[in-house]
Every structure is written in C-alpha cells, then in structure tokens.
Design a protein around this ligand. Structure first.
Ligand code: NA7
Length: 529
C-alpha cells in the first residue's frame, strides 16, 4: 500500500516548523496541519498586551542554522510576542516551509492501522491522509483553560482569553475591566491594561512570585559578542539543567550567612530574570533555603506596595519556584494606582459571572470587559483534544486516564510510530523550549532515518521501558519542592485532571544523555519491526 506521506506533523509552531525542515532535508515527504492561519504556535495565539518571552531572546531562538543565528537581529533583551512571531515567519520564508503546511486545518483524528503499519489522519476540512509516522508538535500550553464559573455566558460585554487574543488587538481606553488570574499572562498584561482602562479589578486566587525583567534594548556590542561566540554559549546552555546559559551558584542558601545570602539575592534581583533561582543550588530542594528566597521577595513587595494590607494580599505564601516563576515589569507598583483594585478570592471561589460583572464573596463587581488570564490545560490538553487511537483502537484518553505515560516523553507504548515533541515526561516546560524542541526534533528525525536504513516499518517502546521511565520521572519530581503545590505542572488547575507531575525534572543534560544512550544501545527499550 502506498502512503500519502512519510510523516504527518500536527502543529506549525517552533516544533512543527523545524520537524518539517529536518525531515525534508533527509528526503522525507511531510505534511503539516496547523489550525491557525499562520505559523508560530504559542506566539501566534498569545497576543495579549505585554506578551513576551521570559527567556532572553538571544537564547530563545533556533541554533540548527548558524546562518539564521547570525542574520537575525533581536532588538530587546526579552523579545515581545510580535517580534517572536516575525522571527517565526522569517524562518518559514527562509526555509520555504509554507508549501507543506495546511493552515486553518485542525486534525480531528489519527488512527493506527496495525496491518499497514501506518496512521490515517483526518482533519476538520475533510482531509484523510495516510502516513508512516505521526509527530505531534501541538505545544505544551496551547489548550486554553476557560474555568466553568457559573454564568459565563450571561456576561453582556466582551470576554477575552489571554491565550486566544483577538488579532486586531483590544483597546481598553475608557473601559472598566475585570481580570481573573494572576499567572504569567496576567502579570505581563495588567500593567499595560491599567494604563488604558478607567478601572481594573483583578481577581486573585493565588498570589505569585515574580522577579523583575529589567528589560532593555540590546546593546549592539553585546549582540556582536554573542554572535561571535554563539557556539560556546549554546554549549554552556546544554550543560545547564534548564538549558539556559546563566551562572548557577553551587552553594546552599541555608549554609550561607545572612549578609552574604542577601547580597547574592540582591545581585541577581538587580540583574533580573529567571536566573534568580540560580542564586543557590538548593532553593528547590530544601524548604528552609527556599523560605530565604521567598522572604527576600516578600520584602521587595513591601518596599513597592504602599498599603501594607495590600502588600500582604499580594504576598505569596507557598514555595517560591513551585508554580512557574513570573518575570515582570512594574506589576506590584501597578496596584499603588487608585484605579486598580485587587480582590482576593483565595478562600472562596468566584460565585458567578453576572450580566455586568461578577459576584465574589457575596459582593457584586461591575465592569465593561472581562479578561480571562486563566491559563491552559497544560501538556496533555492539546493532545487529548485529538482522537488518537493506537493499536487495537485504544484511545489516548483511555491510556492516560490516570495521567500521562510515555517513554522519554517522546513515544508511547501501544502507539507505534507516534512521536510527541516536548510531550509529558520530557523536560519541556522546565527548560528553554527552543533547545528542547531542537533536541527532540533531531532525535526523531535520526530515528526515522535509522528505520529507513534498517527497512523497519514500526517502532514502539515496551510497556516495561515506559513504566520504568514514568517511575523515574515521578521519583525525580518527588525529590524537589516543585511538585508540592497546586500548579499546572501537576494538572491541579483543571478540575478532575489526574494529579501527576508531568514534566521531567532531572535536568536537560541528564535527559540528553539518556536519549543518546538509548540510541547507542540500539534503541534500547524499543522494538523495531
Ligand atoms: P497560569 O500560570 O496557569 O495562570 C492562570 C491564573 O488563573 C492563575 O492565577 C490561576 O489561579 C487563575 N485561575 C484559573 N482558574 C481560576 C478560577 N476559576 N478562579 C480564579 N482564578 C483562576 O496561566 P498563564 O497563562 O498566566 O501562564 C501560563 C504559562 O505561560 C506560564 O507559566 C509561563 O510558562 C508561560 P491559581 O494559581 O490556579 O490559584
């Protein structure tokens, strides 16, 4: 039976684009399906005001093409969403990717045919194509979470979700705005929406920690230096747990005396960004050490927020770095403005959305527009939205009913020839996504190439290999403070979702080593037919 394609790739964000390019380079026939009108994935959908990446732009970029790396000019320390989207479009043009991507087409079903050793993929546009391999590149944070608050449909004004923002933008000038959520998307957009709105009311369920971005235009001399030494920087980054090149202090916070500890926190605070968590090596391992960092940040909140009661409400009490640390510009200071109100809904859920606003703790709040900055059904949401069926018609929903299981976060027992780029069980969201994506794409492309050379038509991990990996992922998570709170890492933001720490927390270098060892040992844990 002749197949339509060697591989179908789902999604044309950074994962899908590079997967297409890499497989095409090796001479494979590939079709990409993308639900958006353009490339860019996360950066195509998340257009809310203030959206930007919190990994520095010179590192949040592809490294597979030295020419691309040299020619592209980032303008700011942290790139804005429009700039990253321009970059994604530049990559699509430069490598002529669009001809193999079907836009505005959502994959609805993928079914493995055991006799043909191939997948049949169907879309909402009526496509029905066959391919040896299916590769998911749907993103980890791409299935927006709209909480089931009673009355949502009763609201008379416009409702916006940060993860699916109107492409023409929204002007809040002269409007009153209600915002639910205080995660990364909220903290980036709140200072900007507050500049436009006549009143902004923020409903906070959990206060969040943030470190300042200290964003700035990139100094041309710095960029020249980075470009002259890019290879070195990328090599250093690959040796870091998060795949980001920043200095990591091996000392313990609790074993460092108070003045020195404070000095080191202050130094990182003044530098800005996620490197704050690298102030000491045990911040996510030892509760006492963690508390020193949390205390330091809470003192910063009290410095900025004038009303002590408000400062208290904005102060998180959980483990710092347990939920995703936010990188902000002027977030806390925004609450000093008289037209910005914080409503704490930590002790009682929002009762209902009403025609003119919402009701919380027995009180009515009114506003013209509602912004849901309520996050995503992370890591598994996008995958489970597609009806994926492996051997004997088993559905992915059924396989993952107690939580995601995979081998290396890349492949699934019972689902031959299916690869999941940055899937649950891989480092993904705990790392710089771009290098993590590239590592997966290259591993998958090499694997498919190896199969072609061997004349193999299926690859599938054994249940034992998968169980052992799932056990290892869980064991690593259990050893850190990161699995101890109600974060989207454990699925706690979605009612009914199994509570499992989904990403692999053993670090990028250990993960790469493991993936390479699997290959060196003849695709250990897999059966190739
Ligand atoms: P997040 O980080 O999941 O934040 C969502 C926020 O919405 C968070 O503050 C939630 O509170 C809040 N939320 C969700 N549902 C409700 C309900 N029903 N009532 C009140 N508040 C609610 O999503 P983001 O989009 O900000 O960021 C996602 C990632 O993108 C981020 O981590 C970066 O990696 C980039 P909670 O904390 O659950 O109590």
């Amino acid at each position: 039976m002749s197949l339509d394609f060697d591989a179908v790739v789902i999604g044309a964000g950074f994962g899908g684009m590079y997967m297409l390019h890499r497989l095409r380079q090796k001479g494979f026939r590939v079709r990409v399906f993308e639900s958006g009108k353009g490339v860019g994935g996360t950066w195509y959908w998340n257009r809310y005001p203030g959206a930007r990446c919190d990994v520095e732009s010179v590192q949040y970029s592809y490294q597979f093409s030295p020419e691309l790396q040299q020619e592209w000019e980032w303008t700011e320390r942290y790139a804005t969403q429009p700039e990253i989207l321009r970059y994604a479009n530049h990559v699509a043009d430069r490598f002529d990717l669009r001809c193999d991507i079907r836009f505005e087409t959502r994959v609805t079903q993928a079914r493995f045919d055991d006799k043909a050793h191939a997948w049949t993929v169907e879309t909402d546009k009526g496509d029905r194509v066959t391919a040896r391999f299916v590769i998911t590149a749907m993103g980890c944070l791409s299935s927006p979470n709209t909480p089931k608050i009673p009355g949502l449909e009763d609201f008379k004004g416009p409702t916006y979700h940060t993860g699916n923002w109107p492409h023409d933008g929204v002007d809040f000038t002269g409007e009153t705005v209600g915002m639910i959520g205080t995660g990364s998307s909220a903290i980036q957009s709140i200072p900007i929406i507050a500049q436009q709105a006549t009143h902004l009311t923020v409903f906070q369920r959990t206060a969040n920690y943030m470190v300042p971005a200290h964003n700035k235009p990139l100094d041309p001399a710095y960029v020249r230096d980075v470009k002259a030494n890019y290879e070195e920087m990328r090599r250093r980054a690959r040796k870091m747990p998060a795949g980001i090149d920043f200095a990591f202090n091996p000392a313990s916070a609790i074993e460092t005396d108070e003045p020195e500890r404070r000095r080191l926190f202050e130094e990182r605070w003044n530098y800005g960004g996620l490197g704050f968590m690298g102030s000491f090596s045990d911040l996510l391992l030892n509760a006492e050490s963690n508390e020193t960092a949390a205390d330091f940040v809470r003192a910063k909140i009290r410095d900025v927020v004038k009303d002590p009661e408000l400062a208290e409400k904005l102060s998180p009490t959980n483990v710092i770095g347990c939920k995703r640390l936010c990188v902000d510009t002027g977030y806390w200071a925004t609450f000093n403005q008289p037209h910005v109100t914080l409503v704490d809904v930590s002790d009682q859920p929002i009762e209902r959305i009403t025609a003119n606003g919402l009701r919380a703790k027995g009180k009515d709040y009114t506003f013209d527009c509602l912004v849901l900055a309520t996050g995503f059904d992370a890591m598994t949401g996008a995958l489970l939205r597609v009806d994926i069926r492996g051997r004997d018609g088993q559905s992915l929903q059924d396989k993952w009913k107690e939580g995601p299981k995979s081998y290396l976060g890349l492949t699934l027992a019972g689902f031959p020839n299916l690869f999941t780029i940055t899937g649950p069980g891989s480092p993904s969201v705990l790392t710089n996504m771009l290098p993590s994506i590239e590592q997966h794409v290259e591993w998958i492309a090499d694997c498919i190439d190896y199969m072609r050379r061997r004349g193999a038509t299926t690859i599938e991990p054994s249940r034992e290999a998968e169980e052992a990996w799932v056990g290892h992922v869980g064991e690593m998570a259990g050893g850190t403070l990161r699995s101890t709170c109600s974060s989207w890492y454990v699925g706690a933001n979605i009612p009914g979702k199994p509570r499992v720490f989904m990403p692999y927390i053993g670090g990028f270098p250990a993960y790469i080593e493991r993936c390479e060892a699997v290959v060196k040992n003849g695709y250990e844990g897999f059966s190739l037919v």
